[in-house]
Design a protein around this ligand. Structure first.
Ligand code: SAM
Length: 442
């Protein structure tokens, strides 16, 4: 199977079976014997095509007369791939993109479909002026040009203003680097950097997180020995700040309310030098195994994964924990560049549904904090209604909790005067993250 055919199979799963692009991609990359070059090409094809989403269909509609729902889904996917290569990939000869699409149409449909694909793509190559991207800054123009759903662009403009919305959308279209967290139970950052360089990676230390290593280039994760051997954990640098803000000490009792797959749980265990106890809850049983697998790989044995709805934690652990972390389920608006399909999978409903859940989890978690204990709330979103507004509502109802100045706990200097931290992707060049730290007075 050649690279484009593998990419087509992945797109078929994404668009007809609602598969997640990253999961389907990694399964197909494992299943097929592929060169490193092919793996990179398939990844770029799939991520680029999925990210471009409706913009590709907008282009396609300029060249077909019939409604798109009258065209076989596989043919639509072949055309998505073809259009993506012709319009967005500079290094691919247009004729190769077209010929390979025609071959796929012959194999996956019939001669008639192959002729149709050929006609559409040849016309596209001949008439680029027909799909010139809109240059204005109206929401509808931005949505097409920056490859985001219209409702989301409107939401960004409404929340952050037009200029910030443009920068945000552009940032979401950049490639996210792989970031590794050094497992300081087993090695130091400098030793790990040396090992990664010896393994052929190009890396730089993170300026935000003392354990963070940004990999500019790297080999396939399955072959990256330090990762497989538990010397490192994949985690973005902004996410690494959360454990530093919790600031757990050896022998403390910590509850991580929304824990899977265990990125922050294992980081906290590391900062505790693997001494004490962490109850790591999640609402999905299958995700508990991910926490345990990560802990095992990293050589950590103080984590107890537990199937529990975080809204029950207050009842089960009333006044018991030294520190409680709520890394809440959120809209993920700070990590859109990492998940090419997520902008297209979400609906405006999430902004109605999530804040009440986030507040309910935080309130339950607060009951589990012992007097003079600590409560930390974090999300990987940038939307105020999931972040500072949740904290304000919580504090208004809970005078026994006090917002602490987060700057004392951050491992880097910030110019911000806020007590909470909001990282904005296009300003801070990281995933978007929110963190607040509170302590219980009595
Ligand atoms: C942002 S993710 C957590 C990421 C994790 N803290 C890490 O660093 O790897 C949110 C998690 O909350 C879980 N979740 C959602 N609703 C929950 C609930 N009511 N109670 C407990 N966990 C929940 C989800 O399954 C998901 O794993």
């Amino acid at each position: 199977m050649n690279a484009r055919e593998v990419a087509l199979n992945i797109l078929n799963e994404v668009y007809t079976q609602q598969a997640y692009a990253n999961i389907s991609l990694s399964r197909h990359l494992q299943k097929n014997q592929l060169s490193d070059q092919d793996r990179r090409f398939i990844t770029e094809l799939v991520y680029g095509t999925v990210k471009a989403g409706d913009t590709l269909l907008w282009i396609l509609k300029k060249f077909v007369n019939r409604p798109l729902n009258k065209i076989e889904p596989t043919i639509i996917n072949i055309l998505r791939l073809g259009i993506y290569q012709i319009v967005f990939m500079d290094k691919i000869p247009e004729s190769a993109a077209c010929n390979e699409a025609v071959n796929l149409a012959k194999k996956y449909s019939n001669q008639g479909s192959a002729k149709f694909v050929n006609g559409v793509l040849r016309n596209l190559i001949r008439q680029p002026e027909k799909y010139a991207m809109p240059t204005g800054n109206k929401a509808s123009e931005l949505a097409i040009r920056e490859q985001h759903p219209l409702w989301l662009v409107k939401k960004f403009i409404h929340t952050f203003g037009s200029e910030a919305a443009i920068k945000l959308c552009q940032f979401n279209n950049t490639n996210a680097p792989l970031v590794l967290r050094t497992n300081t139970l087993k090695t130091t950052r400098q030793e790990l950097i040396t090992e990664l360089i010896n393994a052929g990676c190009e890396v730089i230390p993170s300026k935000l997180a003392p354990e963070g290593i940004i990999c500019k280039t790297h080999t396939s994760l399955n072959q990256l020995a330090p990762l497989q051997n538990g010397f490192a954990q994949v985690q973005d640098e902004s996410s690494m700040l959360v454990a530093h803000v919790v600031d757990p000490k050896p022998n403390e009792f910590i509850i991580d309310t929304c824990s899977a797959p265990g990125g922050k749980t294992t980081h906290m265990a590391t900062l505790m030098q693997n001494k004490g106890k962490i109850i790591a809850c999640d609402i999905y049983e299958h995700k508990l195994k991910l926490i345990q697998d990560n802990a095992n790989r990293l050589g950590i044995n103080i984590i107890e994964p537990k199937l529990l709805d975080a809204r029950e934690i207050g009842n089960q652990y009333k006044n018991q924990a030294d520190k409680v972390l709520v890394d809440a389920p959120c809209s993920g608006m700070g990590v859109l560049r990492r998940k090419p399909d997520s902008r297209w999978n979400k609906t405006a409903e999430i902004f109605e549904k999530l804040p009440p859940l986030q507040l309910a989890i935080l309130e339950s978690a607060a009951r589990a904090v012992k007097p003079q204990g600590v409560l930390v709330y974090s999300t990987c979103t940038i939307m105020p209604q999931e972040n500072i507004e949740i904290i304000n509502q919580f504090l208004a109802k809970h005078p026994d909790f006090v917002l602490e100045d987060i700057r004392k706990y951050l491992p880097f200097k910030t110019k911000s005067k806020e007590k909470t931290l909001q990282l904005m992707p296009y300003k801070d060049n990281t995933d978007g993250f929110f963190i607040a730290r509170m302590y219980k007075k009595v």
